[in-house]
Design a protein around this ligand. Structure first.
Ligand code: FMN
Length: 207
């Protein structure tokens, strides 16, 4: 299928088949797609927690306004934005870049320092906004990549981040639960799959 067909095939799955599990091979495929997501300066200021154990899903259910995708889906991807981008993080990133691209770390220092100055100019609130925006791009990659393997997803913004942070012990890791995705296979009974897509008409969307 072509990308537009795949995008029509996908829908926000409300009811997953709880007996169908995504294979580890397919999870690796999704992870690779997410890893390739572009980001501002390439910093990828997020981490993704993947949950497939029933106990943790049960804990997350009430923190997700009891949306049953959380317990029915095979895997839950919690996209966490960084709550700070430390000097260590930046150095680690630029050392990685130097290594991968065969450059001298010292030659990258001016660029790194520019990025550092940009980040230092952001308030904590703006930094959180900045890292959250990048995190949403990673979510989008998942939503677009999954149909390639006929895997269903539902993006979930309806949850309480502070509760997720507590349950998954994210605060200590300087992470914040930003957005979630349920990943699995649609239940044949999910009526939403048969509904036509509602999208703003082209002549309204583009100008
Ligand atoms: C960031 C984001 C958050 C969303 N949060 C929820 C949610 O909490 N629960 C839910 O059932 N659907 C959620 N959705 C799904 C949207 O309602 C759905 O994508 C939209 O209505 C378009 O329908 P479609 O994805 O089926 O084409 C979310 C989608 C996005 C992108």
């Amino acid at each position: 299928m072509e990308i537009l067909e795949l995008m029509r095939w996908r829908y926000a799955t409300k009811s997953f088949d709880p007996d169908k599990k995504v294979t580890s091979d397919d999870i690796e495929f999704l992870k690779k797609a997410i890893q390739l997501t572009p980001s501002s300066y390439g910093l990828q200021p997020y981490k993704v927690k993947i949950i497939d154990d029933a106990q943790t899903k049960e804990k997350l259910l009430p923190a997700s306004y009891n949306q049953r995708q959380i317990t029915e889906a095979s895997h839950i991807f919690v996209f966490c934005n960084l709550t700070e981008i430390s000097d260590d993080y930046l150095e680690h990133f630029y050392r990685l870049k130097a290594k991968i691209q065969g450059k001298n770390f010292d030659d990258l220092l001016p660029h790194m320092n520019n990025v550092k100055r940009f980040l230092e100019g952001l308030s904590q609130e703006k930094l959180m906004e900045y890292t959250a925006l990048q995190t949403y791009m990673a979510l989008e990659t998942l939503l677009i990549a999954a149909p390639e393997r006929r895997i269903d997803t539902c993006a979930i913004g309806g949850f309480v981040p502070s509760k997720y942070n507590e349950i998954l012990e994210l605060n200590d890791k300087k992470l914040n639960a930003c957005v979630v995705a349920a990943v699995g296979y649609r239940s044949p009974e999910d009526r939403n799959q048969f509904l036509p897509k509602v999208r703003i008409p082209m002549d309204e969307l583009f100008f």
